[in-house]
Design a protein around this ligand. Sequence first.
Ligand code: SAH
Length: 351
Amino acid sequence: MIITANGGFGLKKDILSYEFENLCDYFESIGEKKFRAKQVYEWLHSKKVKNFDEMSNISLSLRTKLSEEFCINGIKIVKKLESSMDNTVKYLYELSDGNHIETVLMDYKHGNSLCISTQVGCKMGCKFCASTIAGFKRNLLPSEMLQQIYTTEEDSGRHVDSIVLMGIGEPLDNYDNVIAFLKMLSDKDGRNMSLRHVSLSTCGLVDRIYDLSEYKFGLTLSISLHAVNDKKRSEIMPVNNKYSISELLKACRYYIEKTGRRISFEYAVIHGVNDTAEDACGLIGLLKGINCHVNLIPVNEIKERDFKADRKALAEFSAMLEKGGLNVTTRRTLGTDINAACGQLRREYEI
Ligand code: SAH
């Protein structure tokens, strides 16, 4: 495995994207003992050093060799917005090649939750989403997903208790790097976070949901549903032209059966588009018998689109779902004063 990153030092191999086994293989290939891999992995992911010189139990000759071959890929804060209403902090980060992504730190009752990006831009084209308007640039490396956690923790002094993959990008469209990231995040010699504290949100790449099921990761899978029939869903989510709602729900049932985890369905409530009584009945019918939870999100109004939120209609919609036996919550909107919805800050910055 060779992943390269600019790292600010020209193109070198990106050591922070190496899973522990890959690092072991590397050290073996250069005739070093396996325990060196553990030491270096700890320096990178537990002590989070920024250069090889800080690895004090590694010989100077090995440190020199590592720094010639590898970089420690970092990300830079270019903008930081702190909400005056709650403890939400939104970061605009610059990657080593000059691209920008967003990361949002939120304060929930159960602890700090970090919303991270998985791609620069997005190619999924959901009509209500700001992240996709300027299109797709590239996938994030595992190191760049990890650095959103490490750098945010260092800057804010706050411990991140849970992660949601709900920032810019479609995580299952960057499948291999996201899988590597999840393995590294939960590695006991690294950040050591239980994947029970991770939610992965997808617009519904069905083939990848089947693949993900096999890992039995214990994470919460969130499905962005947003509409209850194919016509409506295809209008607002082009991915539905490839995978229909029934194919998507079949994959969800498989996921639940394989992992024993319930699924969370995300539903951005857009007034006059998907919040009628008929939509509520449709949703109840679709999700009947599926071990799941429905998370209603008042649509975040973005200036490029004419979608509106209506709190009263949302409350009525929620009540209908509950009456129909669904397990429903409405997501608290945090950081509205700092545009915390995904993709909005990066868009403002890049225009
Ligand atoms: N690509 C992934 C994750 C990123 S978006 C996905 O589609 O799930 C995270 C969540 O925010 C998704 O449920 C997405 O549909 C939703 N979302 C995007 N823009 C929104 C907006 N303007 N208002 C409300 N929810 C939005």
